[in-house]
Design a protein. Sequence first.
Length: 174
Amino acid sequence: MRGRPAAGDTAPYYFTYIDQVEGDNCLASMTTQLDEAFAFFAGISETTSRHRYAPDKWTIRQVLSHLNDTERVFVMRALWFARGLHTGPDTSLPSFDQNIAVAGAAADERPWVTHVEEFRNIRKASIDFFRSLQQDAWARHGVASGFPFTVLSLGFMVPGHVTHHIRILRERYL
């Protein structure tokens, strides 16, 4: 898929992630990012993965757990809209509360390597999903958390969200 999301494809807030993606091919960005991000995460030690830069901030493990959960949510929304599963203009998929998800994941109780492998497996599945889409599916849309999304905007949010958080990890954690 080539082309970038336009104003109106999603709420302005989500361009925080979309604008992190270079070029006009989100699938290529996801694919390239898989190896780069995996190497970055694999280079973090078990001990370092428990670091948080302030008492009220997530550990690195919790950040990666958040990335894994959020990618699943973005792809689930893309699947829902791409397959035409929304039932009308008043139908909205529920919100995703990242703090509830992080608390429920108990990320600090699992070995770091399991989070890193989970990232790789989720990303491979995301790439497979987006690669399978027919051209017209990219323009399909729906509402989630009260905001509009096109499948294309969600496709860009997947790598953009990871880029955003890797930058934070480099600047504040490592």
